[in-house]
Design a binder for this molecule. Structure first.
Ligand SMILES: *Cc1c(COP(=O)(O)O)cnc(C)c1O
Length: 220
């Protein structure tokens, strides 16, 4: 039973299963199928199985892949989950319905300009460097209050907070911290949890889980 429909079913059941003890409604959790590196031959079976929300981490790759698929399946929702360079802001605003890695003032300025120019507002998650890792993207926790104020002042729709916890450590404390930061700022959206820990993330309040490997198999 190793096909797209059964893998999708498994991940969805995993989400439903933890929603019950967490006293959450499964409908409040959006499953983003992360299709980076995978081509239409892997994506179409998931669409056929009912999945409509997809995530990509590179603008260029998404631009090559998704316009044709979206022409065929107009109700697709596309999320940019990876780092974004300011010079790709216009292309990102044109292509995506959500952006998950807003993490610095220069990118905020570029996105605000691109949204004005396109007359399209794309909701953004502010990525937080939740494990305080120097090599990782994300707004430092200490700068978060000022950055959230700046996003609100720039009239860029703020969907919530996003994080990628440090590798090879228990993710739960980082998810809990992100949930607390969101609550402190009156934000309800929480983009957290990947293939290895999406159930933990849902338990701790994730509204968007970003799942690749568990749906598509290993990336090549
Ligand atoms: C690739 C990626 C994911 C999905 O990772 P899996 O472990 O394959 O589920 C989630 N979030 C981001 C930001 C990614 O780049």
């Amino acid at each position: 039973m190793d096909n797209a429909a059964s893998r999708l079913d498994q991940v969805r059941s995993g989400i439903v299963k933890v929603c019950k003890p967490a006293r959450r409604a499964p409908a409040d959790v959006t499953l983003i199928a992360v299709s980076k590196t995978h081509g239409p031959e892997a994506i179409v079976p998931l669409i056929a199985a009912g999945q409509r929300v997809f995530g990509e981490n590179r603008v260029q790759e998404a631009a090559a892949k998704w316009p044709a698929l979206r022409a065929e399946y107009p109700d697709i929702e596309l999320h940019l989950i990876g780092q974004l360079q300011s010079n790709k802001a216009e292309e990102a605003v044109a292509l995506f319905d959500y952006i998950h890695a807003l993490d610095r003032p220069s990118l905020l300025a570029a996105l605000a300009r691109a949204m004005d120019k396109a007359d399209k507002r794309v909701p953004c998650f502010v990525q937080v460097n939740i494990g305080d890792e120097p090599q990782k993207g994300g707004c430092p926790i200490s700068e978060l209050p000022a950055f959230i104020d700046a996003v609100r002042a720039a009239d860029v729709p703020l969907a919530g907070l996003m994080c990628i916890p440090p590798a090879d450590t228990e993710a739960a404390p980082f998810f809990a911290l992100l949930a607390k930061l969101a609550a402190d700022h009156g934000l309800t959206g929480l983009s957290m949890g990947m293939s290895g820990d999406y159930e933990t993330a849902v338990m701790l309040g994730a509204t968007h889980v970003r799942v690749g490997t568990a749906l598509f198999g290993a990336r090549v």
